[in-house]
Write a protein that binds this ligand. Structure first.
Ligand code: AVJ
Length: 318
């Protein structure tokens, strides 16, 4: 593994999977780097800031829906379930669900052990008596849950429209993996962002204050820092566009000039106007969402939206 000293004395271990994704992503056409690499410490802070932006409607809309409907979720789910959250601990949404459902246990699953430990400790103290059983794992694959919840029926929780980051094919794989992880009699509460007018969608990913631009560009900062790259970050521009054919927002980093740089000593070139594709955020109409769930092996049983129909929260059963 690579070890690099940073100016402030901090030491970062470059993740070999990050290195492989970046080197491959810059060498292939179109250039693309998976969105999961946005979330280093700075990227996670910037995402938190995005969720407070006036243009970024998903977080506040989904939170309002959950406040309203989690008592109905609790009634439909019945008593004695273990809540299993995929991608641990959104600080505001999780307590809303846990308060309403009063589950027998809470199992947050996350690939990042640091965030997992922080959010688990917070929730354990907010819900005394609730067994909090964190699992550090990649939930894209079926996961063995802790033995303590083996006999309990599960309620999966996948908020935030995180599923929108994946292309439909991968989303279906993920839904199937979740079904397998959660087992017999499981239910799933999932948040999905809806198709809506293009101006609203583009503004949510290209805010006036430039926070999302900073979030996107931070990926290049991370590559320079962790992979010893020489990317001229100020020569790239944030772009957010609506791909109507594929019903998704795409984020790109667009070169402003013909540029040459190295990553771990390897040379790369990009011409003015060419881009690195950094994120997809798929949006689903009501029928699209239900078909996606059914394709992944889940039967939708209840569905809620905000009055403007911006965002949907769907309860499904295995
Ligand atoms: C966390 C994947 C749901 O797609 O809306 C927000 C990430 N990217 N602004 C989204 C994101 C730019 C977000 N998800």
């Amino acid at each position: 593994m690579l070890k690099r000293e940073i100016e402030d004395g901090d030491v970062t271990l470059a993740d070999p999977a990050f290195r492989a994704d970046v080197l491959r992503g810059l060498a292939t056409r179109p250039r693309a780097i998976p969105a999961r690499w946005f979330y280093d410490r700075r990227g996670s802070e910037l995402f938190e800031a995005i969720t407070d932006l006036p243009e970024y409607y998903p977080t506040r809309t989904e939170t309002a829906i959950l406040r309203e409907v989690t008592p109905q979720v609790a009634a439909l789910a019945g008593e004695g379930r273990a809540v299993v959250e995929f991608g641990s601990g959104s600080s505001t949404k999780t307590p809303i669900l846990l308060s309403a459902v009063a589950p027998a246990a809470y199992v947050p699953i996350d690939i990042s052990g640091d965030f997992l430990r922080e959010s688990s400790a917070g929730l354990a103290s907010a819900f005394p008596g609730l067994p909090v059983l964190p699992v550090e794992a990649d939930f894209l694959h079926p996961i063995a849950l802790p033995a303590q919840v083996a006999g309990l029926p599960k309620l999966g929780f996948f908020p935030g429209s995180t599923i929108g980051n994946m292309i439909p094919h991968a989303s279906v794989d993920l839904l199937r993996a979740m079904k397998q992880s959660l087992g017999e009699g499981a239910m799933l509460l999932i948040g999905m962002d809806r198709v809506k007018d293009e101006d609203t969608l583009v503004a949510a990913y290209d805010d006036a204050a430039g926070v999302t631009a900073g979030f996107n560009l931070n990926l290049l900062e991370r590559i320079n820092r962790e992979l010893g790259a020489t990317i001229p970050i100020d020569r790239f521009r944030h772009r957010a566009l609506w791909n109507d054919d594929r019903a998704r927002i795409e984020m790109h980093l667009e070169a402003q000039d013909d540029l040459d740089f190295t990553v771990e000593g390897r040379p790369f070139a990009i011409r003015a106007g060419e881009t690195i594709h950094t994120e997809n955020s798929h949006k689903y109409g009501p029928r699209d969402a239900r078909i996606l769930l059914r394709s992944g092996g889940w039967t939708p049983i209840a569905e809620w939206t905000d009055p403007a129909g911006l965002f949907a929260v769907i309860l499904a059963e295995a």
